[in-house]
Write a protein that binds this ligand. Structure first.
Ligand SMILES: NC(=O)c1ccc[n+]([C@@H]2O[C@H](COP(=O)([O-])OP(=O)(O)OC[C@H]3O[C@@H](n4cnc5c(N)ncnc54)[C@H](O)[C@@H]3O)[C@@H](O)[C@H]2O)c1
Length: 596
């Protein structure tokens, strides 16, 4: 017989605790909600009523349901109020000594059969459990932020947690409408172990002025479809909590330097910039606790005219290449009203590109997104050529030929001879240093990276890569062009992986290492990232789509450039590539796609 949970206790009503209270009360369970002081209790109450009022306003909760929900919550100061609950979830700050003290106290106060659970993100559940006389009834129940929204719960069993306690908690999660993954007690469990290296890396990009906060966040949202960028997520988590999690993961997780908190985080915590909860973190919020970002001194001036200010006029664009990217880029420019000169290596290639562009535009017509007249006009704006000489009078050249440095360098040297002065020369390389290409010309100030994402007509992001020789005018022009294409151009430095790949691939590689270590299954890891962090795909789904060979090549580049030991490609990834398991394209990668 599964255990009945009629009444639960929640200790600490901060970012997580208040949300956890809501989850239980929404599902008909009485909650004793405990804080350290009247003032903290009042804050927790305000968070809860704020959240339920918003749910009512959005039509997600009836008023009567809200009233019933709130009537199930009993707010109390001090742990003594928890004497008769069936389960306690602790959600106090991420400090081992504090949690141990609270568990020792809970052990004394709570009835003998009560389950004691911690919502810790990174501390050892085992170490917390030994502060009690009932470690077999201690378990981790790790909710995700915001708890009422995120579907995932990581259930953490220690070596002494009894099997029936695990089973009862799993059944409870199901009753709460959550999806649980049960795992053993390792720093960061699944999701945070994969998430925090990425978050810390994003902060280091900001700290080193590699890119702005807006551009880092936009890159990950628009380039990977994530629900929020890493810096906005740090603000949501709370910088103090994030610091503690990183610090613990660094110490418990093998001293991986990528988890050593970036100094900026500590400075911000010391300065009281804790994120949303204090009204200011990486961004500034309307007031403490509010999700509404307000402009501050770092907010860029985003008007169209300001963007175009100092930009060169671009009317005619040359695109060199005939592959997937070149084809998409030609379409994007022609659709946006630019006159385009496509240069390929011959009439046959040009005919193929023409057919692909036409097919793609026709799809737009069928879907009602483009009129036939606009399609014809776009096609009419493209001039087809097999010689670079036709680029003599263009204002911008976008190079999208094979990813080989010698080929690109030779091409840029030719462009330097042929093109008129003042032209912007752009490369779409995704992995080569832009400066190498720039130095093949006599005008490196005019050379910039324009890293489009595949498929170019659909993906809303372009990384604008400036080298140490790129002029401000060139970058400004490139950004203005992105805007006229209806895309977001994010500016970054000339480092391997730019923003998106540098943040994405180490995370994917970490997921492979986690699988290799048999900590969890590919399915559970995919669930954890989708349901815990709102990612559109899990890491193994994404790896199979991107291609394991492509992923391995990018990861190798990152490792070679940054020499970060944690970036070393996962041996399992190398083996799968060697075995020819490259993902969907070969029918098998992490999963077998032939049987679906
Ligand atoms: N923030 C996140 O995104 C997130 C997500 C999952 C899990 N967690 C984990 O949840 C736990 C809480 O984190 P948080 O972000 O909600 O922290 P928080 O700082 O927002 O809230 C902690 C609350 O605990 C209260 N508290 C402190 N000492 C107490 C005591 N002795 N008795 C009762 N209440 C006490 C504080 O007054 C505060 O309201 C941590 O273990 C954290 O790692 C956090």
């Amino acid at each position: 017989m599964a255990r009945e949970f009629t009444s639960v206790g929640v200790v600490g009503l901060g970012t997580m605790g208040a949300g956890i209270v809501e989850v239980f009360a929404r599902n008909g369970i009485d909650v004793v909600a405990v804080e350290i002081s009247e003032a903290a209790l009042q804050r927790g109450r305000t968070t809860l009523t704020g959240s339920t009022d918003r749910a009512v306003a959005k039509g997600k909760l009836a008023e009567a349901e809200r009233d019933a929900l709130l009537s199930r919550v009993h707010f109390q100061v001090g742990l003594d109020a928890l004497h008769s609950v069936d389960l306690v979830i602790e959600a106090v700050p991420e400090h081992l000594d504090l949690k141990q003290r609270i568990f020792a106290e809970l052990d004394r106060v709570c009835k003998p059969e009560a389950i004691l659970a911690t919502n810790t993100s990174s501390l050892s559940v085992t170490e917390i459990s030994v502060a009690t006389t009932r470690p077999n009834q201690v378990i981790g129940i790790h909710f995700f932020n915001p708890a009422p929204v995120m579907k995932l719960v990581e259930v953490v069993r220690t070596v002494v947690t009894s099997a029936d306690v695990v089973a009862d908690v799993e059944a409870l999660c199901e009753r709460l409408g959550k999806v649980d993954v049960t795992i053993s007690d390792r720093a960061g469990f699944i999701a945070n172990a994969l998430l925090f290296g990425y978050l810390n890396h994003a902060v280091s990009m900001l700290e080193s002025r590699y890119a702005t906060r807006e551009d880092i966040d936009a890159a990950m949202k628009l380039g990977c479809g994530l629900p929020m960028g890493p810096l906005a997520l740090m603000d949501l988590i709370g910088l103090d909590t994030a610091y503690e999690i990183l610090d613990t993961m660094y110490r418990r997780g093998g001293r991986d330097r990528r988890h050593a908190p970036v100094p900026l985080i500590k400075q911000m915590v010391t300065a009281g910039l804790l994120g949303r909860k204090s009204g200011r973190g990486f961004y500034t919020y309307e007031r403490p606790g509010s999700p509404v970002v307000v402009p501050d001194e770092q907010t860029p001036v985003a008007s169209e005219s300001a963007l175009a200010d100092g930009a060169r006029g671009i009317a005619k664009v040359g695109v060199v290449g005939s592959g997937t990217m070149a084809t998409g880029i030609i379409e994007v420019f022609a659709k946006a009203g630019y006159e385009v000169v496509s240069v390929t290596r011959g009439a046959e290639k040009s005919a193929k590109v023409f057919e692909s562009v036409k097919t793609s535009l026709n799809k737009g017509v069928v879907r009602g997104k483009l009129s036939e007249a606009d399609r014809d006009a776009a096609l009419g704006r493209i001039n087809w050529s097999a010689t670079l000489e036709h680029l003599a009078d263009v204002d911008l050249v976008v190079e999208a030929v094979v990813e080989e440095l010698s080929v690109k360098k030779a091409l840029f040297a030719s462009l330097d001879e042929i093109c008129k002065p003042g032209v912007v020369l752009a490369t779409t390389t995704s992995s080569l240093p832009v400066i190498d290409v720039a130095m093949a010309t006599q005008r490196p100030a005019d050379v910039v990276g324009l890293h489009f994402f595949n498929p170019a007509p659909i993906m809303p992001l372009i990384e604008v890569v400036q080298t140490i020789r790129t002029s401000v005018e060139t970058t400004t022009t490139a950004k203005a062009v992105c805007a006229t294409l209806g895309k977001t151009g994010v500016v970054c430095g000339d480092r391997s992986g730019f923003i998106v790949n540098a943040l994405l691939f180490p995370y994917l590689n970490d997921a492979v290492k986690m699988l290799e270590a048999s900590y969890s299954t590919a399915d559970d890891i995919d669930y954890a990232m989708k349901l815990g962090c709102g990612y559109p795909m899990g890491p193994f789904e994404l790896l199979d789509v991107v291609g394991l060979d492509v992923s391995l090549a990018i990861q190798r580049e990152l490792y070679l450039e940054l020499r970060e030991p944690g970036f070393a490609p996962a041996p399992l990834l190398e083996h799968l590539v060697t075995a020819g398991y490259l993902g969907r394209k070969t029918g098998r990668g992490f999963r077998d796609h032939t049987r679906r």
